[in-house]
Write a protein that binds this ligand. Sequence first.
Ligand code: ARG
Length: 246
Amino acid sequence: SSNAPSGTADNSKNAGSSAQTEKVYNVGSDASYAPFEYVNDKKQVVGFDVDVMNAIAKAEGFKVKYNNTAWDGIFLTLDQNTNDMLISAITITDQRKQKMDFSDPYFEATQMIAYKKGTNLTTLNALKGHTVAVQNGTTGDDIVSKAFGKANSDIKRFDAMPLALQELANGGVDAAVGDNGVVVNYVKNNGAGKFDTAVDPNFPKENYGIAVKKGNTALLNKINDGIKKIKSDGELDKIYEKWFGK
Ligand code: ARG
């Protein structure tokens, strides 16, 4: 490390690390979304997305710092420059693409319904006339809003997904709709025997991407390059196995 020219700001900040200074990017994530991102007992942000991001950073030679960022307003943090990128189980949508840029997909998902055992609320149609909890501003919210009408009071919107699922557990709603990985994880850990889950055959396939500020092509290219590497060297498969393998 003493090979680096002394007296530069970067050198002093990275004293003791490698001679080549690595850039530290701020990564925003709504860490209430197990198993994709959540805070463990050691108060660290961990999960599938965190492992993916760390692997990309390693492959591309940059460092990351995770900022637990509320979902409500998370996209604005790119323009506010408080986050350089977002990894938060974010579905790539045409609407969002107008406001920010997305990496290539790194994960495939779909919406899933959780409902009280025996109630058979397995499709959007069956859900009509029933109360449904969603996380505000998510693709789950979109899908139910479109089917029910946005202002329908049967839709109960929560700022975080655990609150929506908790409402189902409390009996405050008949069902909850959210990303399949999160719903499956919740039912497994909290609702075994109490809830059933279903994917409406009409629910579209969704792809998760990493978001950057619109026009930040330099960073986007690095991220996409990293994604390509971890897809081809098997690292992404390993991470998938770790979090979703039986
Ligand atoms: N995939 C869904 C969407 O993009 C939900 C993502 C919510 N993520 C989170 N970390 N709370 O709308």
